[in-house]
Design a binder for this molecule. Sequence first.
Ligand code: NAI
Ligand code: MG
Length: 347
Amino acid sequence: MAVIPGDGVGPEVVSASLPVLRAAAARAGARLDPVEFDWGGERYLRTGRAMPADGAEILRGFPAVLFGAVGRPDVPDHELVWGLIIGVRQALDLAVNVRPVQSWAGVRTVLREPDGVDLVIVRENTEGEYVGVGGRAHAATAHELGIEVAVHSRTAILRAARYAFDLARSRRGRVSLVTKSNALRHGYTLWDAVVAEVAAAYPDVECEQVLVDAMAVRLVQQPRDLDVLLCSNLFGDILSDLAAVLAGGMGMAPSANLLPDGDAPALFEPVHGSAPDIAGRGVANPVACMLSGAMLLDHVGLPVAGRIVRDAVATALRDPARHTPDLGGSATTKELAAEILAVVESS
Ligand code: NAI
Ligand code: MG
């Protein structure tokens, strides 16, 4: 597999996760051979590019990619985010972003009763508001404009919707489509129509359509009723940060970028960014990255290893003494990772 640690806490959580993933793979009788790439902000400052021009093509040589995070305070965010992670998602046409959120015993959250949450956000990953169409005009005048055009295509909606309905079939059989078709009359009415067609082909899956603002409330007030949320790129981005809080925060949220039924490598990454506010202090929570790694192991045909990682994370988190500061504890990245590794090795 390819590994891109990136910037800030990215390298910290990736280096904490790799031994755990390797040990879990070994338990399942397999070997992981990570090949590391120095792509990210530092490389951008040195060469003017966050990754080589043929970076996405290089990644095609691997079945899967583990990515940490990009972003550093001395480089404009859009340069790195577009120059690396969004660039790779688009070049490899990684159509669907999958973001599971669950409660973990022992982890306190903002919820009065923290347990019982188990949902997955399926986010369209290539277009919508992030398609990059638009421009700036009349710089520094009273008429200055920034135009961002959202593009929603039937193809992209279908790919995300079919993935969401298939996933719901393997879970509790419920899809909640999140749109804003009362106010945004073109793109999101297309979403409603196309998803209704898909829903008709899945009579065993229950489907509801919820406006994004109402869904923000539901996620806070009744998250246990939710199973699979099917979202556009922008809404999935925003709601998945909100949903991460239900699991304990950004340090707990894994994700996968996939091209279902395609030949592109899948890319796995914590939902969080480079967290410059805590980078370099050795206190980042490595769980989001490890759980992304567990999804990677599932994807490369090692579901037993994926399960071993998730079980070890669950075991370690039951003890608040192992928690990193974001979870209210005082353990370091290395201490929590060492505990998880010990559980994997004794499993
Ligand atoms: P962020 O996710 O980096 O941080 C948000 C908050 O969550 C911060 O308080 C941070 O300390 C905390 N946090 C994040 N990961 C954590 C972890 N593993 N353990 C404990 N606490 C953690 O988002 P922010 O601050 O908006 O962005 C920082 C930089 O990251 C920016 O340059 C941004 O563009 C970039 N970014 C990159 C992403 C990517 O590479 N996929 C995604 C999001 C942001
Ligand atoms: Mg985000």
